[in-house]
Design a protein around this ligand. Structure first.
Ligand code: PEP
Length: 249
């Protein structure tokens, strides 16, 4: 099976017209013909700008969220159909910062996943435990519950989604899960996917996210069930992001 790894940058709420231009130009110049798929998930106001900047490059465009609604009186939201108009290929869904600061529930994450799939946007569904949950021995229960919520999305095959395991305690903290810790959870998620859709489980990409950087990417990406990375801080520095891309083969 030819399953390319995926390296996706999550810029979060960072950037400016000038900074985006120099970052994406540097990425486009350095990326060559990558062995993996590459995406940048940018703040909504910059979708048009970055769509133009990545045009003709191997870099795909991503969004950081999507509304569960089709259209209407939902101030501040962006629909999947709107994202598609800007060539958006991926949308992060259920990032821990959305779950934590915006109260997103598993049900809401599932509805957003369905909305993205309906319009041909690939959801990158984030799951992950907090430090307290890990220390309380609840990692398995938490990630399985979060994944279970999106496994049966009406009318769509689970193989259409990308999963990202992002332990909350490793996001933006500089604390990375060890390759063994990450692999252990990825293997659990793979087994759950296998149970739900045995024909497709091996083909579903499970990314790791949480302080992945140029120094630790190769070891993490060498794990059998780690199929790429969702990269926050290091995706804002072209040389670092390019090194991570180069490590994904
Ligand atoms: C993220 O925000 O998805 C993330 C993994 O951030 P960082 O790489 O900065 O930990």
């Amino acid at each position: 099976m030819n399953k390319k790894k995926l390296i996706a940058g999550n810029w979060k709420m960072n950037g400016s017209l000038a900074a985006n231009e120099s970052l994406v130009k540097a990425l486009a110049q350095g990326v060559g013909a990558p062995a993996c798929d590459v995406a940048v998930c940018v703040p909504a106001p910059y979708l048009a700008q970055v769509q133009a900047l990545v045009s003709g490059t191997p870099i795909a465009l991503g969004a950081q969220d999507v509304s569960q609604h089709e259209q209407g009186a939902y101030t501040g939201e962006q629909s999947a159909a709107m994202l598609r108009e800007f060539g958006v290929r991926y949308a992060i869904v259920g990032h821990s910062e959305r779950r934590q600061y915006h109260g997103e529930s598993d049900e809401l994450v599932a509805a957003k996943t369905a909305a993205a799939l309906k319009h041909g946007v690939t959801p990158i569904v984030c799951v992950g435990e907090t430090l307290a949950e890990r220390e309380g021995g609840h990692t398995e229960e938490v990630v399985k519950r979060q994944l279970a919520a999106v496994i049966h999305v009406n009318g769509h095959c689970i193989s259409e989604i990308v999963v990202a395991y992002e332990p909350v305690w490793a996001i933006g903290t500089g604390k990375t899960a060890t390759p063994e810790q990450a692999q252990a959870v990825h293997a659990l998620l793979r087994a759950q996917l296998h149970h739900a859709a045995s024909d497709h489980a091996a083909g579903i990409r499970i990314l790791y996210g949480g302080s992945m950087n140029a120094a630790n990417a190769a070891q993490l990406l060498a794990q059998p069930d780690i199929d790429g990375g969702l990269i926050g801080g290091a995706s804002l520095k072209a040389p670092d992001f390019l090194q991570i891309i180069a490590a994904a083969r």
